[in-house]
Design a binder for this molecule. Structure first.
Ligand code: 13P
Length: 213
């Protein structure tokens, strides 16, 4: 993908987040590794009106064209991409069920084998810090350690991946798991899969389907 195609793919993913119902308004933001830095959504521009040239290029030192304004969450996008060479795309949104659990300070335990898709036997919930702060970024990077998704207390969710398509897929899957967990909690305390089974599933998943080589 060239520069413009990458910018358009970010806008398309933003529009899809809202069409899928995993985000509201402009509360989400997306970044994609690009050249020696990253491309990130601008702050507070409705996705329907967003133009490829409004996507902000940011260096890995956090520098950007002062005529542009990156997402207020650029710190965690930058810090995740700096800390994780395995990650090329970061998707942040406020999906309703993820946010319900995050408000309650709950992580997603191994209720279903698909929890393994996020890289471990839980989907952690990062402690609260004000949006856009370095403190929130530090909490997010820690909650994502060895994982591909986390919740953010009183805030929302982050999903990451080796490609934007995979990070988007995971964002939808995590919201599905959050919805399932929320449903279980209406009935009682759900039984959980053992950690060893999640590890077993992770091994099987590595060889599942038509995985890219
Ligand atoms: P933007 O600054 O990307 O518009 O995001 C707002 C927000 O929801 C921060 O979490």
């Amino acid at each position: 993908m060239n520069d413009r195609e990458k910018r358009q793919s970010i806008i398309d993913a933003c529009l899809r987040m809202n069409a899928l119902g995993i985000n509201q308004g402009t509360s989400g933001n997306i970044s994609l590794r690009h050249e020696a830095g990253l491309l990130i959504t601008p702050t507070s521009i409705p996705y329907e009106a967003m133009q490829p040239e409004q996507i902000v290029y940011m260096g890995l030192d956090g520098s950007f064209d002062p005529a542009q304004r990156p997402s207020s969450e650029w710190r965690f996008h930058l810090d995740i991409l700096r800390a994780r060479p395995d990650v090329n795309a970061v998707v942040h949104a406020h999906p309703t069920y993820c946010t319900i659990l995050a408000i309650m300070g709950l992580e997603i335990p191994p209720i279903h084998y698909m929890v393994a898709c996020a890289g471990g036997d839980t989907i952690r919930c990062a402690p609260y810090a004000t949006f856009g702060t370095q403190e929130l970024s530090a909490h997010a990077v820690k909650a994502l350690d060895g994982r591909l998704a986390c919740l953010l207390e009183h805030h929302g969710m982050i999903a990451v991946g080796p490609s934007l398509a995979k990070a988007m897929w995971l964002a939808v899957e995590v919201e599905t798991l959050a919805r399932q967990y929320h449903g279980c909690l209406q009935i009682g305390k759900p039984p959980l899969l053992p950690t060893e089974e999640i590890e077993n599933v992770r091994t099987r998943m590595a060889g599942y389907g038509h995985a890219e080589k």
